[in-house]
Design a protein around this ligand. Structure first.
Ligand SMILES: Nc1nc2c(ncn2[C@@H]2O[C@H](COP(=O)(O)OP(=O)(O)O)[C@@H](O)[C@H]2O)c(=O)[nH]1
Ligand SMILES: Nc1ncnc2c1ncn2[C@@H]1O[C@H](COP(=O)(O)OP(=O)(O)O)[C@@H](O)[C@H]1O
Length: 383
């Protein structure tokens, strides 16, 4: 897998696929569609111009759905913007990350050349909320209340886990219950935002679990342990971090036993881990808010207050999102500073799509392994 010298020439590449070529520094990136074999896929090849050698990188992230062709332009030394042809604008914007911090880190881990896809999304979306705290403190109870009271506002990030389902747990709703080998493979393929070994099992948040909630316009809630919170802090996902504490250790033990879902051995393990989690809750810069869950209703009110405090971005992107909902297909014309000019594909003019669009990339956030958010769009009326 990964870096290898490949014997093919530019002419051979041109035969193989409908391609875009993008020069960034001493490299030419060839992005195209391969029709080899029965399975079509997007292929990425890199030409090292100085040595005239080809490199086939390891490609991470979810790739765009295949379309006939695409237009591409470098944004900077770190990423290339790609607009897919033949799909509505808000489905068509993608970034190929070639030297972002995430790509650099993955290159080190894998020891091969790496590039990563990230889908471009218009508007920022609300920051996800990470909720951590020891087992039995009441995280699930608080989250269930929030989801019941505000079903259109919040969505739950359904984690993957190797632990067995409890009696009332539903696969795909509470967790995606999964085999160890499957989750390990998906983690190695870069499909997870974070993962951790907790109470003897693997738990992890897939990128899709979080991003699909945000794409629906809902605020994503993650119930993950302290190690997971630390990983999310270090990732490109900007979130709010809340730690839920019990009023006392004795009360925590009481709740855990009263829940009646674990064996004595499992309870002992969870209580040991609880001490470590409580110690870590004070790590500088990790959690933004600590909530004590003594009386449930009081704690719930405090949680609601915290969340509405951070609602400043709500509805602020309507204008951009409206323009992004254009169903016409566009292609890249030029780049000026951080604005990219897009024009409708020639056959779209007859559908009434005549205006040019300016795609503003000045305030991007996130990026691989999740989405690239913060794109702004405005129409430029042709005269
Ligand atoms: N890092 C990480 N932790 C998770 C994830 N999903 C759940 N957890 C944590 O795993 C721990 C155990 O969860 P669970 O088995 O449902 O037990 P409970 O907390 O006692 O209800 C809790 O601390 C959860 O917050 C995940 O995707 N990533
Ligand atoms: N404030 C509270 N006071 C008393 N019991 C609570 C409170 N919050 C939650 N519980 C109960 O404690 C148990 C553990 O709560 P749960 O939400 O499953 O915890 P977690 O998801 O953090 O493991 C459940 O039986 C729940 O009904």
């Amino acid at each position: 897998m990964g870096e290898e010298a490949v014997e093919f020439s530019v002419e051979k590449v041109a035969e193989d696929c409908k391609q875009s070529t993008v020069d960034v520094g001493d490299r030419t990136y060839v992005i195209g569609r391969s029709d080899d074999d029965s399975k079509s896929s997007i292929i990425i090849k890199i030409l090292e111009k100085l040595t005239q050698t080809w490199v086939v990188p390891t490609v991470l992230g979810t790739q765009p759905t295949l379309t006939e062709s695409q237009s591409a332009i470098p944004v900077n030394d770190e990423k290339i913007l790609i607009i897919e042809k033949g799909v509505p604008l808000n489905e068509s914007i993608w970034f190929l990350e070639i030297d972002t911090p995430f790509v650099k880190q993955q290159r080190k881990i894998k020891g091969t050349e790496v590039v990563s896809w990230s889908k471009g999304v218009i508007g920022v979306g609300q920051k996800p909320v990470v909720i951590s705290g020891p087992s039995g403190v009441g995280k699930g109870t608080l989250i269930a209340k929030l989801m019941k009271d505000y079903p259109s506002k919040f969505g739950f990030s359904v984690s993957h886990t190797t632990r067995s389902p409890r009696e009332k747990e539903i696969d795909g709703v509470h967790y995606h219950f999964t085999e160890r080998s499957k989750i390990e493979k998906d983690i190695s393929e870069g499909k997870f935002l974070e993962f951790a070994h907790v109470h003897g099992n693997i738990y992890g948040t897939s990128i899709e679990a979080v991003e699909s909630v945000t794409d629906e316009g809902k605020r994503c809630i993650l119930d993950i342990d302290v190690q997971g919170a630390r990983s999310v802090r270090a990732s490109s996902l900007e979130a709010i971090f809340i730690f839920v504490c019990p009023p006392s250790f004795e009360e925590l033990e009481k709740r855990l036993r009263a829940r009646g879902t674990e064996t004595e051995e499992q309870i002992q393990k969870r209580l040991r881990n609880a001490r470590a989690e409580l110690d870590q809750s004070n790590s500088p810069g990790l959690f933004d808010h600590l909530l004590v869950n003594d009386d449930l209703e009081t704690c719930y009110e405090n949680l609601k207050q915290l969340l509405s405090l951070d609602d400043d971005q709500e509805d602020s992107d309507d204008l951009f999102i409206k323009d992004g909902k254009q169903t016409a297909s566009f292609c890249i014309v030029s780049k000026h500073d951080s604005e990219i000019l897009l024009q409708p594909e020639p056959n779209e003019a007859k559908n009434g799509a005549t205006s040019l669009l300016a795609l503003d990339l000045s305030s991007l956030s996130g990026g691989a392994p999740g989405r690239t958010r913060g794109l702004k769009i405005r129409s430029i009326n042709s005269f």
